[in-house]
Structures are given as structure tokens and as C-alpha cells.
Write a protein that binds this ligand. Structure first.
Ligand SMILES: C[S@@+](CC[C@H](N)C(=O)[O-])C[C@H]1O[C@@H](n2cnc3c(N)ncnc32)[C@H](O)[C@@H]1O
Length: 232
């Protein structure tokens, strides 16, 4: 619709939002919404804002598996779980942060996703599913603590969602072990990682003996971004 002028209260509201954005508050926190793989998710303080590069991980996962059991470890807002649940109805979403869980519950409330509060690296989490999972996707915290981040990220994404210790691998290492425990032989695995991990993460996986077809993938900017594999 074309209009000649905006109502003054709308202009004031718009100017307020622009001023807050100039303070480096993420746009998604101002609107309360994030768009991911065609979904609109509720986000705000306490939860990681899903990023477009993670859509590539989902795309890869659904190109491999379209039925059975899927698991999203480190689920945050539930972006991966909700996107996968449009195709695979049995999806479990594991998240440990009590501040993120209300967002995850809200985003999954009209879906078939089962929310599982807990530590994704703990062998007791989803232990009933050991050896049965067909697709496991994860976007864990992976930023090295030494890395400088823009204010939108460091001041607004939760630290537990971002940092993976000094080398960025402190969650990834035990998560790889847990993923291998959950997946059935031949099950598909995809994990996002830092752009510095394009060689180290595939090497870790190759060394474990748990995986075959370990493949490194780049994001839309051409940076190393995620790894995929098949459970041996
Ligand atoms: C990078 S965010 C990703 C969120 C979401 N999967 C996405 O792609 O937008 C990582 C998430 O993992 C959660 N997390 C960190 N360590 C965890 C652990 N050991 N077990 C379960 N969740 C964890 C954080 O709270 C955060 O929500």
C-alpha cells in the first residue's frame, strides 16, 4: 500500500527503533523475530539468534534423511529442530540453558518437537535413543574465548551459546562422542563449527574411528563452516 504520509506515532516508534539499533541492539531483538529456513521464530534476550549459515546444515540433513528419528543437540531457539520437524515428525531438541528453554518451548509448541532440557554431552541425555537416531544435527558453542566479537553478538547472544573454551572445541569434543553414541550405524551427522576449525574438526572425527565419509563444507561466504559424516 502506498501512503502520502505516516501517522506521527508510527514515525516516533520507527525513530526509537532506529536509535536502539544504532546502540548495536540486534534487529531480531528489536522485532522479537528471527527468520530461519522459511520459519518465523520468537527470539530475544536469553537465546541465541539463529544465523542464515545454519540453514545450510538443515538443507544438507534433509537431503540425506527424510524419515525416522532426528535429534538437534544445543537447540537454542529450536531453529534446526523446527525446520527439520516439517519433514521428519520425530525430533528431539536438547538445550541446557534455563534462559533459552522458554524460547525453545514457545517456538516448538505447535510442532511435533520434544524438548529435552539437559546437557547434550552427558551420556544420560536421551540414553533411551542410543544407537537408533537417523539424523543428528548440531550447532554447538564453538567460538574460541580469545576471539573478538561485535557488540550485537557479545552483548546480546548468551556466552553459553557462543564460547567453546580457548580453542573453541571444549563442547565439540564431548559432543562428538555423544553423537556417535546416539546415531545408528549408517546414521547421518552434521555439525556447524568455527571457520578456524575446517581442518581440526574433520581431523578429530577421522581420528576417533566412529565416522566415515567425513566431509568439510563451506558457508555462503566461502568460509569453512560445517562438517558432515556417516556413523560407522
Ligand atoms: C550456537 S547456539 C545454537 C542454537 C541453535 N541450534 C541455532 O542454530 O540457532 C548453541 C546453543 O547450545 C546451548 N548449549 C551450550 N552447551 C550446551 C550443552 N552442553 N548441552 C546442551 N545445550 C548446550 C546454548 O545454550 C545455545 O542455546
Amino acid at each position: 500500500m502506498l501512503v502520502d504520509e505516516f501517522p506521527p506515532e508510527l514515525v516516533t516508534r520507527f525513530e526509537e527503533l532506529v536509535a536502539r539499533r544504532a546502540e548495536r541492539i540486534p534487529l531480531q531483538h528489536l522485532t522479537g523475530r528471527a527468520h530461519f529456513a522459511g520459519l518465523e521464530l520468537a527470539v530475544g534476550p536469553g537465546v541465541f539468534v539463529p544465523r542464515p549459515e545454519t540453514e545450510l546444515l538443515v538443507e544438507w540433513g534433509l537431503s540425506q534423511v527424510r524419515a525416522g528419528i532426528a535429534v538437534d543437540l544445543c537447540s537454542g531457539s529450536g531453529a534446526i529442530a523446527c525446520a527439520v520437524a516439517r519433514t521428519i515428525p520425530v525430533v528431539y531438541a536438547v538445550e541446557r540453558d534455563p534462559d533459552a528453554l522458554p524460547w525453545l518451548r514457545r517456538n516448538t509448541q505447535n510442532t511435533s518437537v520434544t524438548v529435552v532440557p539437559g546437557d547434550a554431552t552427558d551420556p544420560s541425555t536421551l540414553a533411551d535413543l542410543d544407537g537408533t537416531v537417523d539424523l543428528l544435527l548440531t550447532n554447538p558453542p564453538y567460538v574460541p574465548t580469545t576471539e573478538a566479537l561485535p557488540p550485537e553478538v557479545i552483548d546480546h547472544d548468551p556466552a553459553v551459546a557462543l564460547f567453546g573454551g580457548e580453542d573453541g572445541l571444549s563442547v565439540i569434543r564431548p559432543l562428538l562422542v555423544r553423537a556417535a553414541g546416539l546415531l545408528r550405524t549408517g546414521g547421518s551427522f552434521g555439525m556447524e563449527h568455527d571457520d578456524q576449525h575446517g581442518e581440526s574438526v574433520p581431523a578429530l572425527m577421522a581420528a576417533s574411528g566412529d565416522w566415515e565419509a567425513v566431509t568439510a563444507h563451506r558457508d555462503l561466504a566461502g568460509r569453512p563452516r560445517f562438517v558432515t559424516a556417516v556413523r560407522r
